[in-house]
Ligand binder design. Structure first.
Ligand code: MG
Length: 157
């Protein structure tokens, strides 16, 4: 078994959807990014790539590549799971923490977990999604953006 960790952060901007773990979360602003800017999925992708020592999301899906413009990050996650499978790895579990002052994410956590479980090809009880605020401190506290941390374990088939 291997463990990996991932971290990401994206800035809020006007005129974008807020996509977190594949859920379109109602909010007045969204996250800036080349893809759909799904910060939680990006952290999880880096955790999986880290566990398999296969580099990072920026290496696999470069910002400079037009094919990833507005990309569905959950589709990129499925691509990473398939890549790991070619190396003999399957996902064991994943744990994601979204660091976000606003909006409240509790109503969306169940759908987020379901989306990730399908993409990772694991049972729902192997996927955790949590949300926390930072009590108004720092850039996240000032609602300038959202950050996410993730950990994942993978098992050799
Ligand atoms: Mg990112």
């Amino acid at each position: 078994m291997r463990i990996g960790i991932g971290t990401d952060a994206h800035r809020f901007v006007d005129g974008r959807k807020l996509i977190l773990c594949g859920v379109d979360v109602p909010h007045e602003r969204g996250l800036l990014g080349h893809s759909d800017a799904d910060v939680a999925v990006h952290a999880l992708i880096d955790a999986l790539l880290g566990a398999a020592a296969l580099g990072d999301i920026g290496k696999l899906f470069p910002d400079s590549d037009a094919q990833y413009k507005s990309a569905d990050s959950v589709a990129l996650l499925r691509h990473v799971v398939a890549l790991l499978a070619t190396k003999g790895w399957r996902v064991n579990n994943a744990d994601v923490t979204i660091i976000c002052e606003k909006p409240k994410l509790a109503p969306h956590i169940a759908q987020m977990r379901a989306n990730l479980a399908v993409a990772l090809d694991v049972d729902l009880d192997a996927v955790s999604v949590k949300a926390t605020t930072v009590e108004g401190m720092g850039a996240i506290g000032r609602r300038e953006g959202i950050a996410a941390n993730a950990a994942a374990t993978i098992i050799k088939n």
